[in-house]
Design a protein around this ligand. Structure first.
Ligand SMILES: CC(=O)[C@@H](O)[C@H](O)COP(=O)(O)O
Ligand SMILES: NCC(=O)COP(=O)(O)O
Length: 253
């Protein structure tokens, strides 16, 4: 059966392969293979692949992006999502590869990991032309955003197609006494975004334990991009069993 013909799939799973590249880069042997990881995850039913080629090339490198773009031509139903800061190296990849989606993330070049969304309207002026350029290339644009309902109008004003909800605060509060209140903020942000016609993605520190609870509470999530926890799980379970576990969590939501 075509792994993409999963009836009723409402939320796509895009596997972020940053951490495969991180491990690969610790030796000059080319293993673990980023392409093989992508293939195994897609064969198991993942609907997309995400990379975040940071300027310092700590994990995903330009060669990986090139190789994945070529590989994914044989997977027409799989989406390619490239993340990064459009004021740094990201737009070169967008112009070269025209991925299905680009996710603008306001990271500094030396940032440990992504830990905040855009500040609007302050960042709007420099984002607007870059959003337009990507869309003129046929690329869907998603803005990495903190859960803030009041910020959604500014996102819509910019003409972005989607937001990606930065979910670290949800993940760190999950299964704690304050967790429901944090989740309510994500729900309110999603509702505000939907009212404005924005699509909703989500990511960062999602895992197979917290994923279903997030998707049950937050309406309209079209895509979750998951890397760190999923790849960690795959070290124990293998890519196929891991992806199937995440797909079960999505289906259970
Ligand atoms: C934007 C985001 O939350 C993640 O996709 C990001 O790619 C994580 O980057 P690292 O894998 O470098 O921590
Ligand atoms: N956009 C989130 C992503 O691609 C992966 O984040 P994480 O699962 O590695 O935290």
């Amino acid at each position: 059966m075509n792994p993409f013909a999963q009836a009723g799939t409402r939320c796509a799973l895009s596997v972020n392969v940053n951490k495969v590249a991180l491990l690969r880069n610790t030796r000059h042997l080319g293993i673990p293979s980023v392409l093989r990881a992508a293939e195994q995850c897609l064969l198991a039913g993942a609907q997309g692949i995400t990379v975040h080629p940071r300027p310092d090339a700590r994990h995903v490198r330009a060669r990986d992006v090139d190789d994945l773009a070529g590989f994914l031509k044989d997977w027409p139903q799989a989406e390619f999502n490239i993340e990064g800061n459009p004021t740094q190296n990201l737009m070169d990849f967008v112009r070269k590869h025209r991925p299905h989606q680009v996710t603008f993330v306001p990271d500094a070049e030396d940032q440990f990991t992504s830990d905040h969304g855009w500040t609007l309207p302050q960042d709007a002026a420099r984002l607007k032309p870059l959003i337009r350029e990507a869309q003129d290339l046929g690329v869907r644009v998603s803005l990495f955003m903190d859960p803030d309902p009041a910020a959604m109008a500014a996102v819509a004003e910019l003409g972005a197609d989607r937001i990606e909800l930065y979910t670290e605060t949800f993940a760190s509060a999950y299964a704690t006494p304050g967790g429901d209140a944090v989740l309510a903020g994500f729900k309110a942000t999603a509702e505000a975004a939907l009212k404005l016609g924005l699509g909703i993605n989500a990511g960062h520190d999602l895992n197979r334990d917290n994923l279903a609870a997030f998707l049950r509470a937050v309406p309209g999530v079209k895509e979750v991009s998951i890397g760190h926890a999923l790849i960690a799980d795959a070290l124990e379970l293998g890519y196929a069993e891991t992806v199937k576990a995440y797909l079960r969590a999505i289906a259970a939501a």
